[in-house]
Design a binder for this molecule. Structure first.
Ligand code: SIN
Length: 565
């Protein structure tokens, strides 16, 4: 497939550097890829939007799932993952994840990450929703992501990898044949490079994380604006399964008008025995699923929403008073501190919780080596859709996916390089001004998009709410497009406008897919189509961006996963 070559409206690059590989993003997927590239002798530039440790990985609490415990096997992990994925996982992709996962975790430990140990000396393993076994390794109690991020950032710095922080990637550069030739980016503030520039490379790994900021309330940090998915769409890549947004069941409830990043209360709290109770103190998960509070995440989120509706309540409660102060302080220090900072003491009172947007199960469609449909463009981690999550990601599979698929991507890049006789291909990008520009949105549109998405495409959706959201998003799009095409006007280029534009791009895809999928499956919950419909919908929705900037939406059979190029 050749690139559609749409670019964000932006100044032409004022500087350029070159590398073998560009890694965009600095979470577990990005930094693992960068470290493996360095080990394979590939010159690498890591580009990240804020500081190296500012992405979603740092916020992961529960841990990393892998069959590391006594009696556990990859087959059991596979079975739990497939059940959570509700019929849309690519079984071969999951098999790679669960079989290569344990060694990938061991390599992470060799890189310097310290996981909590049990009194017998092995890894301490906990449970989360959908897991029939204790298989979640954790660090610092509930600070697993922070520890992984610390270890990877330290390793990247120790090995002297080239990094460009505070840099928003704008677009993929391609050569005359549509192959990847690098990226354009905007570096904010003082540094070696400033303003819009380019990094030229024949391989680009997108590891930009999630898009939770498309909703008003999310567990994602403010940098999670879907930049990688939007870039891939403009470059002509396929995006899949975006309708499957996971709403985490237990996010600290700070009011119905709370906006932006909200504090997570890890599933591991339920894994250690906390109960969900309603406004009357009644446990409502017992009898709903054999795993009760530890049912897969979508089932728990739906049960909470249903009970909230029945009781006309704004939230439910998570009760873990029976842990006692010592366990709270030792096992869940981050959550304890976040609750107390918001005036709630989980040692003496139940925690008010409600579901909030948490994880994009879909993303840029890739094969088993993270290859997208654009040659030389790879995607890894939350921005990718490798097929392992299906319609609903199993808890704590995401850090593992970031590790395993980053390693597979680098193996592929290194193999391609070896096949080229170890010659570095010097990419020749098609000149920047020759490519059509994508109009920009004013920064304040970000809040309009979040409101539209929360009202129309949240945890509960229906044809009417989704059609309303689609119409409002389309209006934002056509207004911006007409201003550029007809009047030659667009919002002032800048980080806030580019982010708002990316958010609109992913929101349009998400709503189009959610509207089309007339069934309830995994974390896609349609009020007007309450049942899973395997006869019609055991299919993926695949979206591309046409050169005229409209969406092309199609469905594919599950057997068509992964894509062929
Ligand atoms: C959590 O700790 O509950 C989040 C884990 C995850 O999203 O996988």
């Amino acid at each position: 497939m050749t690139s559609t070559g749409i670019r964000l409206h932006a100044p032409a690059p004022g500087w350029a550097i070159a590398a073998d590989v560009i890694v965009v993003g600095s979470g577990v997927a990005g930094l693992t890829a960068a470290l493996r590239c360095e080990a394979a002798g590939l010159t690498t530039v890591v580009v990240t939007k804020a500081r190296l440790d500012d992405g979603s990985t740092r916020w992961a609490q529960g841990g990393i799932a892998a069959a590391l415990g006594e009696g556990d096997t990859p087959e059991q992990h596979l079975a739990d993952t497939l059940v959570a994925g509700a019929g849309l996982c690519d079984e071969a992709a999951v098999r790679l994840l669960v079989t290569e996962g344990p060694d990938a975790v061991r390599r992470l430990i060799e890189t310097g990450a310290h996981f909590d140990e049990s009194s017998e000396g092995g890894l301490a393993l906990t449970r989360e929703g959908g897991h029939h076994r204790r298989r979640i390794a954790h660090a610092g109690g509930d600070a697993t992501g922070a520890e992984i991020s610390r270890a990877l950032v330290e390793a990247v710095r120790a090995r002297g990898l080239r990094t460009i922080e505070n840099a928003l990637v704008l677009d993929l550069l391609t050569d005359a044949e549509g192959r990847t030739a690098g990226v354009t980016l905007h570096v904010m503030g003082e540094g070696q490079h400033d303003g819009v520039g380019a990094v030229h490379a024949p391989a680009v790994v997108l590891a930009t994380g999630g898009m939770g900021q498309v909703f008003a309330a999310t567990t994602n940090p403010s940098v999670s604006t879907g930049d990688g998915v939007a870039l891939a769409l403009r470059a002509g890549a396929e995006v899949s399964d975006l309708e499957f947004v996971q709403f985490h069941p237990t996010v600290l409830f700070l009011g119905t008008d709370a906006e932006g990043q909200q504090p997570l209360v890890s599933e591991a709290v339920r894994g250690e025995g906390a109960h969900l109770v309603d406004a009357d103190g009644v446990r409502f998960m017992a009898g709903q699923h054999e795993l009760a509070e530890l049912a897969p995440r979508d089932i728990v989120a739906k049960a909470i929403m249903r009970r909230m509706q029945e009781q006309d309540a704004e939230h439910m409660f998570l009760d873990a008073r029976h842990f006692g102060a010592e366990m709270w302080e030792h096992r869940f220090p981050t959550i304890l501190a976040a609750c107390r900072a918001n005036g709630i003491d989980p040692v003496t009172e139940p925690i008010p919780i409600a579901p909030a947007a948490h994880y994009a199960s879909g993303g840029v469609r890739t094969d088993d080596h993270g290859r997208t449909t654009v040659p030389g463009l790879y995607a890894s981690g939350e921005c990718a859709c490798t097929g392992v999550h299906g319609a609903n990601r199993l808890a704590s599979n995401s850090l593992l996916e970031g590790l395993v698929y980053a390693e597979r991507i680098v193996a592929d890049i290194a193999a391609e390089r070896a096949a080229d006789g170890l010659r570095a291909r010097v990419p020749e990008p098609v000149p920047h001004p020759d490519r059509p520009a994508h109009p920009l949105l004013a920064p304040e549109s970000r809040f309009a998009i979040q409101r539209i998405m929360t009202e129309g495409a949240g945890v509960l959706r229906g044809a009417d709410s989704l059609a309303g959201a689609a119409e409002q998003l389309q209006r934002l799009h056509t207004d911006a497009r007409d201003a550029l095409d007809v009047h030659g006007k667009t919002a002032e280029p800048g980080v806030d406008t580019w982010e708002a534009t990316n958010l609109l791009c992913v929101a349009r895809v998400l709503v189009a897919a959610a509207l089309l999928r007339e069934e309830t499956r995994g974390c896609h919950w349609r009020e007007d189509h309450a049942e899973r419909d395997d006869a019609n919908w055991r299919r993926h929705i695949v979206v591309t961006l046409d050169p005229d900037r409209s969406l092309a939406v199609r469905t594919t059979d599950t057997a068509d996963f992964p894509p062929t190029r």
